[in-house]
Ligand binder design. Structure first.
Ligand code: MN
Length: 251
C-alpha cells in the first residue's frame, strides 16, 4: 500500500451504520483518510466489500459483533465461507455486560469458532471487542495465538488484564472517549507506544455534541501527545510508523 499519502488513521469505524455509507467512503477517499470499516454480521460482508472494492483508503473487515451472537448464530458458516476474501476481521469478541448475560454461551462459541477459523487461514488482522470481558478475551487469544494480529479496540480491562494482553503481543486502538476518560488515560500510559493506533468507533461515539467522522482522530492524537509528553508531529509520526509496521506484517 502507498502509505505516505495517508492523512489520518481510523482503525475501527462502522461506516455501514451511517445513514449514507457511500458518501462517507467518497469523503474518506478525498481526504486520504484510512479507515478499517468493521462490520457486525457476516451477512453484511458482500455489500461492504462491493462498496469498498478498488478504494485506496477504506478497507472492509469481516465481523461478528458479540451483541448479535444469539440472533445471528446461524451466520457462523457464512463467516467461514467469506474468510478467504479478506485479511481483516472485526468487529469480533466478547461482551460481559449484564444485558448480554443470556447470550454468553453463544458469544463464546462464535468467538472461539472465529479464532479457530482465523488460525487455520493465517495472516489476519483482528479488531476485537472486550467490554467487561477482557480476561476471557485474553484467555481465548492465548489459546489461539496463531489466529493473527490482535488489536484490542477501546480496551477497558484492569491493569493486570492489560499486562497479559501486552505479553501476548496485542495491539490497541484508542478512540476519543477512551482518550478522554481517567481510566483510559491511565491504561494508555502503560501501553507500548509502538503498538497503538487511533480509531473512532463512529458513528456510535458522538463527541463534543456532534457526530464523529472517520477522519476525526486528531483529538486522540492531541491527547496522546499530552500523555506521552511529545509534540503533535512526533505523535503523528508514531501512528504512521505503527500503521506501516502493522500493514507490512500482512505480507
Ligand atoms: Mn465498534
Amino acid at each position: 500500500m502507498n502509505t505516505p499519502a495517508i492523512k489520518s488513521y481510523d482503525f475501527h469505524c462502522h461506516i455501514d451504520l451511517y445513514p449514507s455509507p457511500t458518501e462517507i467512503i467518497i469523503e474518506c477517499e478525498k481526504r486520504a483518510a484510512f479507515v478499517l470499516a468493521v462490520t457486525t454480521t457476516p451477512e453484511a460482508w458482500p455489500q461492504n466489500k462491493r462498496w469498498m472494492q478498488d478504494k485506496k483508503f477504506v478497507r472492509p473487515a469481516l465481523g461478528f459483533h458479540p451483541g448479535l451472537a444469539s440472533n445471528k448464530k446461524h451466520e457462523v458458516s457464512l463467516f467461514d465461507s467469506y474468510i478467504k476474501e479478506t485479511s481483516y476481521v472485526g468487529e469480533v469478541g466478547l461482551d460481559g455486560s449484564k444485558e448480554l448475560n443470556s447470550s454468553w454461551g453463544d458469544q463464546s462459541y462464535i468467538f472461539n469458532h472465529i479464532l479457530q477459523t482465523c488460525q487455520r487461514e493465517g495472516g489476519k488482522i483482528l479488531s476485537i471487542h472486550s467490554r467487561k470481558a477482557a480476561a476471557h478475551v485474553i484467555d481465548a487469544l492465548k489459546n489461539n495465538s496463531d489466529a493473527g494480529i490482535f488489536i484490542l479496540h477501546w480496551f477497558s480491562g484492569s491493569k493486570k488484564d492489560l499486562e497479559r494482553a501486552i505479553d501476548i503481543g496485542c495491539w490497541f486502538s484508542i478512540g476519543p472517549k477512551m482518550a478522554m476518560s481517567k481510566k483510559g488515560t491511565e491504561l494508555i500510559s502503560l501501553m507500548p507506544k509502538d503498538r497503538i493506533l487511533t480509531e473512532t468507533d463512529a458513528p456510535f461515539a458522538s463527541f463534543n455534541n456532534r457526530d464523529v467522522m472517520p477522519w476525526d482522530v486528531s483529538f486522540v492524537e492531541k491527547k496522546l501527545a499530552d500523555i506521552w509528553n511529545i509534540s503533535l508531529s512526533e505523535t503523528h509520526a508514531i501512528f504512521s510508523k505503527n500503521f506501516t509496521n502493522l500493514i507490512n506484517k500482512l505480507k
